[in-house]
Write a protein that binds this ligand. Structure first.
Ligand code: PEP
Length: 250
């Protein structure tokens, strides 16, 4: 049975003192009806994994290199994240695509490395405002899915996050119809490439300005299996009601 996923991306926020938020989150959801994942900065992955209470709370990285090891100063491999206690890693977040020029091919290579290391790759796709206004949303998403997702995936090895760039950190959220359209499209495209059974098992997350006030209506949309949350995942006070809304929809 597919478990829904509430994922938090702390981005470049958090030092050791913020790990207390994880302890608060775990005590608010000791036996969650959905999966809970937090992706703190790399400096906190090991300590966060130690607080994950036997796996109730999953810990992930925010990026990995495509190579296993080598002369890549400042980078971190999927094996290293796994060794530090991570179970997941985000690949292809729009901030990495924009700030670091990551192409679909690069995202695919990172996702392949993640899966080979035994991590779940949380692969992000999403259109810009210009692309949406030009009516190109589905074409953009289709091409990102095609280029960023490795061959041979299973329902357990990847999660796909639809994150419209214009909704990230802006407080703007697509309508439920717009979210439903993209998620239905993604499910169909995955089914064409990987078959209905694999496509049906893959968790499709929505991300972009999710908060307590809008979580329940987003989780009621067909083919939404959870959320990838930035700003509202930084404290247990903000993230816990989102987790609770997902649990209620499970
Ligand atoms: C994100 O960066 O993945 C994100 C969805 O951010 P926010 O929730 O802050 O819009």
């Amino acid at each position: 049975m597919k478990r829904k996923l509430a994922a938090g991306n702390w981005k470049m926020n958090g030092t050791g003192a913020d790990l207390a938020e994880l302890a608060r989150l775990v005590s608010a959801h000791p036996d969650p009806a959905c999966e809970i994942l937090i992706c703190p900065p790399a400096t906190l992955v090991h300590r966060a994994a130690g607080l994950s209470q036997g796996g109730t709370l999953k810990i992930g990285g925010q990026d990995c290199h495509a190579a296993q090891s080598g002369a890549h100063t400042g980078d971190i491999s999927a094996d290293m994240l796994r060794d530090a206690g991570a179970s997941h890693v985000i690949t292809g977040h729009s901030e990495r695509r924009q700030d670091h020029g990551e192409s679909d091919a690069a995202v695919r290579a990172k996702s392949e490395a993640a899966i080979a290391a035994g991590l779940v790759a949380v692969i992000c796709v999403g259109e810009s405002l210009e692309q949406r206004e030009a009516g190109q949303t589905l074409a953009v998403i289709g091409s990102q899915l095609e280029g960023s997702i490795p061959d041979g995936i299973t329902g357990d090895s990847v999660v796909i996050a639809y994150e419209p760039i214009w909704a990230i950190g802006t407080g703007k959220v697509p309508t439920v119809e717009q979210i439903g359209e993209v998620h239905g499209f993604m499910r169909d495209r995955l089914a064409e490439r990987f078959g209905r059974s694999v496509a049906g098992a893959i968790r499709l997350l929505y991300g972009g300005s999710v908060k307590a006030a809008n979580a329940a209506e987003i989780f009621a949309v067909g083919d939404v299996d959870g959320a990838l949350v930035g700003g509202a995942s930084l404290t247990a006070e903000d993230f816990s009601p989102i987790v609770a809304a997902l649990e209620a929809s499970s």
